[in-house]
Design a protein around this ligand. Sequence first.
Ligand SMILES: Cc1ncc(COP(=O)(O)O)c(C=O)c1O
Length: 372
Amino acid sequence: MGNDVSRRDWLKGGTALAGALLMGSRANAQNMAVPGFVPTPDNPIRLGTNENPYGISRVARNAIVDMFDTAHHYGRGRTMELMEILADIEGCETKNIRFSGGSGEILKTLALITAVEGGTILTAEPTYHELTRYAERRGVPVIRVPVDETMTIDLDAMKAAYTDDVSIIYLVNPNNPLPTIMEKNKLKEFCLEMSKKCLVFIDEAYHEYAQNPDYETMVPLAVANDNILVARTASKIHGFAGVRLGIAYSTEAWIAKLRDFMTGGTNKLAIAGAASSYKDTATQDFLRRKNQESLKIVYDLFDKHNVNYVKSSANFIFYETGMDIKDVREKYRANGIVVGRPFAPFLTWCRVSMGKPEDMEYFATVFEKEFT
Ligand SMILES: Cc1ncc(COP(=O)(O)O)c(C=O)c1O
């Protein structure tokens, strides 16, 4: 690489050459907005893992590159700065915050605590499986309560299913693969009542996408009451899925317990990127707008063909295919699209993550060709 194109500029994508190289690379070519991109089974559009199709914001990318200079040093980097930014956004104190290597680490740590200390996990079905699978592999019993007929987590049924050996109630809000939310007042009441008996753990991985007025974060409750913990992730709207940063909000007692049990953690680069990304509200607004545009393309498509689907408070849709999801996935894959995995017991339903609007136009073409 010539002197006029420094490595740092190249990494930042700050030159025409860098731009051309990045555009041409396979890693960036997974959406229809890239000129000349043709989706194939080997190089598909990624609509299967609820990622941010635009990638990490420019300011966050620059902050990560700047931190490379001291990446070989141990140390906390911008940890305290990020804690203060988040404490400010959430209206809590830095002592209420703990970072992890993705929120999956928080989920697994809580499962591990139950495996070590004993207890049962109570959760909804279907929901995100990382915590329960990890727990079950260690012999922890899991009670699963089906969602109600509106595809929403049924808090009354959860209460009815509670038994004295439950140590954690795990609720995902907005849920996944069902992109529905629990009504804020009902959820608050539930948290306050059930946290007298066990830990109520709310996983808010899709918090930044939730625009339904009935949605509210439980972070204020988690930092002011015993036995409520909220997890967030930078993997979704911030695009850090491959960089890894999760955030736990709770009382000092639960933050200390997490610290005690956690075995991994995050890293300086993720922290530095996040310190810039969480302040970059313009990019987050842009991404929310684009997500709504993409959702509308798919809603219009499904309405046109009378498809049964669940309206989204996140960056994905769940719809009824009338076919085995394995066959549905194969058909999409043959057309260069990856959609979500099977989610029991909804094995004829499909979860589709929102790509860029251009990707969803292509998705609509494939849907009409293969399924109508
Ligand atoms: C509901 C939910 N929680 C947690 C995670 C884990 O995210 P990460 O470990 O990337 O923070 C995901 C990932 O898709 C998710 O959907």
